[in-house]
Design a protein around this ligand. Structure first.
Ligand code: MLC
Ligand code: AMP
Length: 498
């Protein structure tokens, strides 16, 4: 299934689509910056607007510092910080140097940080949390740890923008059934083709101003929001935290035209008495988790906005989107984006994809790679259904994963941690539907003694990112198991709870 024409403006034929797969992100960005150095590109609350010329200079200076520190083509650079102009300059500098950026969630705790560091062995880590330095050095003392301003010695000028479209750009960590995050390697061609497809499908223009309150360490904020704005030569207003008032104030102040968010953000926005101010935007996009049809309708009621829901993944960037023109169907994710092909296979039908956006494979995981692909098609682990007129809906997941507020939680990872608690004999973690978070993490435990929720929450919170902590815990007498001894998660709710 492709149906790309559903995304195209009337005058554009599918054969004329140019996804720029032969180019790299920095080549496109630098060309924009050099053409219009006076244009404002990024705004952050501390520095205000910075111009394209300024970003060009900043990225060059930081690239020189990274090179002087020994970063070479193909070396990894870990990046984890609140959104800022400095972070953008560091990110663009690393890519211009040909390094591979590892965007890393700032909520990670010691074990999560050491896992990604020992897995991908970055040469430099650019982080804004002081405790990370010790965590990183505990597993690799050779990593140079620095802050987002990259205060390091400059060194002579270096050759930048030398890489090709097939070169790796990002390693995005994402789990899977094993519970240990794997690095998804995306090339410049993968990321640029996805942005170009969105440019066409969403009519993204240089005059657009995006309010970007998503963190810059995941595909949504980074691969869509930031990379898209820079490639199109548009503007992005960075908000280091999501606050309803800040988002609405920024829309007004900057005469913004777009907002991208996860469903939890929209559920908070509609609660505001000022939600009607969203009507000022040209486009509101939702993704990373299912947008409930009722919330989709509620947003339209209070603001007139028909939110455009789209579907993506770390491994594939953006895949499927509702159309800009025509019906944006609540509960559906729409049609494959230009360049992307989708196939439903198996029973229940799993969504498989092919296209220039599909990643290069998992970092140093040949076995995971062979399981991830089926005859050249990438297996998303999501279950799909097609409406008779071609709209795709995500109806479930073949993979065991909870999406809470747009962040993925893998039950196995949380179970492994809870099981280490001295009083817990067995545990099972599941997702429960939740109006604000979409799903929320819930733990069922068989324990030797009475345990408070806080005890388990804190135990997990010390070892894993805050969003992986259970919000509810039930103590049960025994785990429901099948004849083979496997825990039957669907029967957990029936257990007598003490
Ligand atoms: C924060 N908390 C969460 C949480 N975020 N708990 C569960 N799930 C989450 N996602 C916790 C806090 O630690 C705190 O706990 C409590 O909830 C309330 O915090 P808050 O201040 O209200 O939360 P806030 O910081 O405002 O965060 C909410 C949020 C954030 C929605 C802004 O979660 C967020 O930025 N989500 C976006 C995730 C994202 O970018 N996903 C893209 C993945 S890419 P306590 O105990 O202290 O009260 C992808 C591909 C694709 O999926 O298709 O895009
Ligand atoms: P991640 O691994 O963080 O990139 O998350 C990717 C997963 O998020 C997908 O496999 C889907 O399960 C889910 N996802 C992304 N967008 C949507 C959406 N619009 N509706 C439902 N699920 C989504």
């Amino acid at each position: 299934m492709s149906n790309w024409h559903r995304h195209l403006p009337e005058q554009l034929h599918p054969s004329e689509i140019e996804l720029g797969v032969g180019e790299t992100l920095p080549a496109v960005w630098v060309s924009n910056w050099q053409t219009h150095p006076e244009r404002n590109v990024i705004h952050d609350p501390a520095l205000g607007w910075i111009s394209a010329g300024d970003l060009l200079d900043r990225s060059e200076v930081i690239a020189r510092r990274l090179a002087n520190a020994g970063v070479e083509l193909g070396d990894r650079v870990l990046l984890s910080a609140a959104s800022s102009v400095e972070l953008v300059a560091a990110h663009t500098a690393a890519l211009r140097l040909g390094a591979v950026v590892m965007p890393t969630n700032g909520a990670y705790r010691a074990e999560e940080v050491t896992h990604v560091v020992s897995d991908a062995r970055p040469k430099v880590a650019i982080v804004d949390r002081p405790e990370w330095s010790e965590w990183i050095h505990s597993c690799d003392s050779t990593v140079l740890v620095t802050s987002p301003s990259v205060e390091m010695e400059e060194g002579p000028s270096v050759r930048l923008d030398q890489i090709g479209a097939g070169s790796s750009a990002l390693i995005g960590y994402t789990s899977g059934t094993t519970g240990r995050p794997k690095g998804a390697v995306l090339s410049h061609g993968n990321l640029l083709s996805s942005v170009r497809a969105l440019e066409i499908a969403w009519r993204w223009q240089p005059q657009d101003i995006l309010i970007l309150a998503l963190p810059l360490f995941h595909m949504h904020g980074l691969g869509v929001g930031l990379h898209g704005s820079l490639a199109i030569g548009a503007q992005a207003v960075l908000l280091p935290e999501f606050e309803v008032t800040d988002v609405l104030d920024s829309i007004k102040k900057h005469h913004a035209s777009m907002f991208f968010g996860v469903p939890t953000m929209y559920s908070r926005l509609v609660e505001s008495s000022r939600a009607g101010e969203l009507s000022q935007l040209r486009l509101c996009v939702s993704g990373s988790a299912p947008l409930a049809a009722a919330l989709h309708r509620r947003i339209q009621e209070v603001s007139g906005q028909r939110v455009l829901e789209r579907y993506g993944m770390t491994e594939t960037a953006m895949l499927v989107s509702n159309p800009y023109e025509g019906e944006r169907r609540p509960g559906s994710v729409g049609f494959p984006l230009p360049g992307v092909e989708v196939l439903l296979k198996g029973d229940p039908p799993e969504i498989l994809v092919k296209g220039p956006n599909v990643f290069q494979g998992y970092w140093e995981r040949p076995e995971a790679n062979s399981q991830a692909f089926d005859d050249g098609w990438f297996r998303t682990g999501d279950l799909g259904a097609l409406d008779p007129d071609g709209y795709l809906s995500i109806v479930g997941r073949a993979k065991e994963m909870i999406i809470s507020g747009g962040f993925n939680v893998y039950p196995r990872e949380v179970e492994d941690v809870i099981s280490q608690h001295e009083a817990i004999r067995e545990c099972a973690v599941v997702g429960e539907p939740d109006e604000e978070w979409g799903e929320t993490v819930v733990a069922f435990v068989v324990a030797d003694r009475e345990l408070s929720l806080d005890e388990i929450k804190n135990f997990v919170g010390e070892r894993l990112a805050h969003y992986k902590r259970p919000r509810r815990t039930y103590r049960i007498d025994s785990m429901p198991r099948n004849a083979l001894g496997k825990v039957q998660k669907h029967r957990l709710a029936e257990q007598s709870i003490s």
